[in-house]
Design a protein. Structure first.
Length: 131
């Protein structure tokens, strides 16, 4: 399943990160989890969509739960914004250090994400949520 490129309206929503309007995603389901993946500027990206976009998250140190439901954002918009924000960042190899924590503003929302590199060089976005 391939998602179409970001529309001009979607691209204009990205603020804080870099606008990436030509990126497409493949999605796959493994062991009940949905993953999206893409290659951009020669770098492979893998995103755990089930653990991120598709479920509510409790804000750290609070009792507040956030969700993308009702925000008007799509998983593709959020993931494009994260890739635009994380590209070029020197990331730790997962298992050899603490994952990188980044922040990007998409539309009216501040999104926090965790990223690291797999041993094969793929950038793995393990989680993201609304701050």
């Amino acid at each position: 399943d391939t998602t179409p490129a970001m529309s001009k309206a979607e691209a204009s929503m990205l603020r804080g990160g870099k606008s990436i309007d030509n990126i497409t995603f493949k999605t796959e389901i493994k062991s009940g989890n949905t993953f999206s993946s893409t290659t951009f500027e020669g770098v492979n990206y893998r995103i755990n969509r089930s653990h991120a976009f598709n479920r509510p998250h409790k804000k750290p140190n609070t009792s507040v739960t956030t969700s993308f439901e009702g925000t008007g954002l799509t998983a593709n918009q959020v993931e494009r914004g994260i890739i635009g924000n994380v590209r070029g960042v020197k990331l730790p190899v997962l298992g050899e250090g603490k994952p990188y924590t980044g922040n990007v503003k998409i539309g009216d929302f501040n999104i926090q994400y965790n990223a690291g590199k797999l041993s094969n060089g793929t950038v793995n976005i393990s989680n993201y949520f609304i701050e």
